[in-house]
Design a binder for this molecule. Structure first.
Ligand SMILES: Cc1cc2nc3c(=O)[nH]c(=O)nc-3n(C[C@H](O)[C@H](O)[C@H](O)COP(=O)(O)O)c2cc1C
Length: 288
């Protein structure tokens, strides 16, 4: 018999999954081992959402220091520890970065702002120090550091959410990757993965629906779900979480069935960061 905290957690999980996937999930028998506390942590993860508006309340250095240390506990490819986190404290530094991404005003307004970087420099320096060649100067060197950066971004955001903060990743800073790197004085083989804006949420925010696991969760082998399943998600999402405005109506006009598919297709109909490969090469990476 579930106690009241476990019952509440089950209801929270049901509510989150209904909004997220349009369906609930029967809890497996072995969920009993998780207990009310574990279940409510899972329910909180299922209900998470990005925040871009914050209360006028500072986030202490101590709290940021704690959360960054939690993020640095994330798993790391081959234990190479190829992610670094830069907290932007000086107002001038923040202003310089915010000015580069005017479409993301939360970079300027967030009580705290950090930049997560991939760092493939250290292992190259360690090879030199230990007098070994660095024999892996190819695409994988960049890819591994980028993946480590992404994992640390997610862990930092999740740790912040568990502490009651809300946040939003900002990969748009990579639209100005060279300028951001110059401001942060990033040396060769260190590159920005994304910014992270954090603060105490000013509003509850909403759960953003996701594609059905029928599309994205496979068993034993990849099976393409087909456009009907994606269109069904598009339809559900239009009903429960419609977009407030349409992207680039100057270019594409207004459309009646504007949803996730049209939004994403418009987004990727125009080139973005086409120079990113050249930037990464300019930081010393060979990408072959
Ligand atoms: C790697 C990454 C980069 C992102 N970059 C941006 C960004 O530049 N600007 C922004 O407003 N949101 C950004 N986001 C947040 C996503 O837009 C958000 O996660 C998505 O819309 C789903 O909403 P949710 O997080 O509330 O579920 C980013 C998220 C990730 C994981």
């Amino acid at each position: 018999m579930a106690d009241s905290s476990e019952q509440r957690a089950r209801e929270d999980l049901d509510r989150a999954f209904t909004m997220r996937f349009g369906e609930t999930v029967a809890l497996p028998d072995d969920i009993d081992d998780i207990g009310g506390e574990g279940l409510s942590r899972l329910a909180a993860m299922a209900a998470r959402r990005s925040h871009r508006n914050w209360a006028d309340r500072p986030v202490s250095d101590e709290l940021i220091g704690l959360l960054v240390r939690i993020a640095l506990c994330a798993p790391s490819k081959s234990d190479l520890q190829q992610a670094d986190i830069i907290r932007i404290r000086e107002p001038g530094q923040r202003r310089r970065i915010a000015d580069l991404v005017p479409s993301m005003p939360w970079v300027a307004t967030a009580p705290a702002f950090l930049v997560i970087c991939g760092n493939n420099r250290r292992i190259r320096q360690i090879c030199e120090e230990r007098r070994h060649p660095f024999a892996n100067d190819h695409l994988d060197a960049f890819f591994n550091a980028a993946v480590d950066g992404g994992i640390h971004l997610a862990w930092l955001l999740m740790a912040a959410e568990m502490a009651g903060l809300g946040g939003c990743a900002v990969s748009v800073i990579r639209n100005a990757a060279a300028e951001v790197s110059a401001i942060l004085q990033l040396p060769d083989h260190v590159f920005p993965v994304a910014g992270l804006a954090l603060g105490w949420p000013a509003e509850a925010g909403t759960i953003v629906p996701r594609l059905s696991p029928d599309v994205t969760f496979h068993h034993d082998r990849y099976e393409e779900a087909g456009m009907d399943a994606i269109s069904a998600y598009d339809q559900r999402r239009r009903e429960v979480a419609p977009y407030g405005s349409q992207r680039r109506t100057d270019r594409f006009g207004e459309c009646d069935d504007y949803g996730w598919m049209e939004e994403k297709a418009r987004h990727y109909a125009l080139p973005e960061r086409a120079d990113f490969g050249a930037f990464i090469r300019s930081r010393g990476f060979r990408l072959d």
